[in-house]
Design a protein around this ligand. Structure first.
Ligand code: SF4
Length: 390
């Protein structure tokens, strides 16, 4: 594997472009604003404003596709300090949701840059990959990673083109095209950023930051509200789930692909019957194309509608037309209960799977009468690269 030189640690432009790389913190001493100065000294007002812009842009567009002209035009010192300030802000945010969105957006921005320089400045691509801990080498067709690194990076990606069976593998190396190499590093960056939060901040700095940024933090909480707002504690009774939902869960647990409409129905149902946000995310972990960041984003979208009540699960009629109704039984199931016809599903008053859950004794979350009658998948325009939680 031809290894090119790593970028010089003193390269300010590089650290400004990739401020999450290990070693970047060493620049803080060089820039030398103490944490206190960064928090409220007039000289750093612009860095703070750019930091807020980074966080706000990610909250509104977690796909990270929106251009941040002000950031692009800022000098390297300002870019770097704004990143540091954004990280501080996210570390005192009331929930981890804005931080997850920020990680996705920042990783996407960095990957776009990597992809744009990959052909004309491969040493930058290679250097960043090495510092991230996934050393790549340029090849005539793109870049190559060691097999273990490829598997680690691709583990969280749902796109089918990243499955090992679709890769060119030789001498323990996996060769991928430039855009796929950038996508792989994007995932490595996302994980690195996600796990870097919250930053370690002393109580004095925390209190000061919370006071100084109270208004911004309130606004942020409204932009990224809690995924599920519940009245009281709900007890989830999986044994009361209807045949359609049981089938969807079996499919995911067995590593089968579940169509987008099924993924939407499952998330909407679980939310309505009181499942926590993480429980819903966990339901998709078995999907062959599971991507945690995309799943979390999409489940947030499904469950946050109407102040946290979420979308209505589809009706039984809709599920039947989509091939998800298993009231006649699922002949492929291993349990006799799943293979059998379910008489409750033939009750003429049954309109939605949540009613089945209630009929069996589960306590579904109350739905206000004014809420829309029909469930609908989230608008495609709001979805990141692929659709449906998974
Ligand atoms: S009748 Fe309704 S609740 Fe029962 S399996 Fe079909 S879709 Fe699900």
């Amino acid at each position: 594997m031809a290894v090119r030189r790593a970028p010089a640690v003193t390269d300010r432009d590089l650290w400004a472009q990739y401020p999450f790389l290990p070693g970047a913190e060493a620049l803080i001493a060089e820039y030398s604003p103490s944490l206190g100065e960064l928090l409220d000294a007039p000289a750093y007002a612009r860095a703070r404003e750019l930091g807020r812009i980074r966080v706000r842009a990610a909250a509104d567009d977690p796909t990270g596709t929106a251009a941040l002209g002000e950031l692009d035009r800022a000098d390297p010192d300002l870019r770097f300090l704004s990143f540091m300030y954004a990280r501080l802000l996210l570390s005192v945010a009331s929930t981890s949701a804005p931080g997850r969105r920020w990680a996705v957006a920042e990783a996407r921005r960095a990957a776009d840059r990597l992809e744009s320089v990959a052909d004309r400045q491969p040493e930058e691509f290679v250097g960043v990959s090495r510092l991230l801990g996934f050393p790549a080498a340029s090849t005539p067709g793109g870049y190559e990673f060691s097999l273990p690194d490829f598997l680690r990076l691709a583990a969280g990606l749902r796109e089918p083109e990243f499955r090992l069976v679709h890769q060119r593998l030789a001498r323990g190396l996996v060769e991928v095209s430039t855009d796929r190499a950038a996508r792989l590093l994007q995932e490595g960056i996302r994980v690195r950023l996600t796990t870097s939060l919250p930053a370690e901040i002393g109580p004095e700095v925390r209190n000061r930051l919370e006071a100084l940024e109270a208004e911004f933090l309130r606004d942020l909480a409204q932009r990224v509200p809690l995924p599920a707002q519940r009245r009281g504690v709900m007890v989830l009774r999986a044994e009361y789930f209807p045949p359609c939902i049981r089938k969807m869960r079996r499919m995911l647990e067995g590593g089968e692909n579940l169509a987008h409409s099924g993924r939407f129905a499952l998330a909407a149902f679980l939310h309505r019957v009181g499942a926590s946000f993480d429980t819903i995310v966990d339901s998709y972990r078995g999907a062959p194309d599971f991507d945690e960041s995309i799943s979390r984003y999409q489940i947030e979208h499904i469950t946050q509608r109407d102040g946290g009540r979420g979308y209505d699960p589809p009706t039984c009629e809709t599920l039947r037309s989509q091939g998800f109704c298993f009231r006649e039984g699922d002949p492929t199931a291993s349990r006799a209960e799943d293979r059998a016809r379910d008489p409750r599903c033939f009750d003429p008053s049954l309109v939605r799977p949540t009613q089945y859950y209630r009929l069996k004794g589960g306590a579904a979350v109350e739905r206000p009468a004014a809420e829309a009658a029909a469930g609908a998948p989230p608008p495609a325009a709001t979805r990141p690269r692929s659709d449906g939680p998974g």
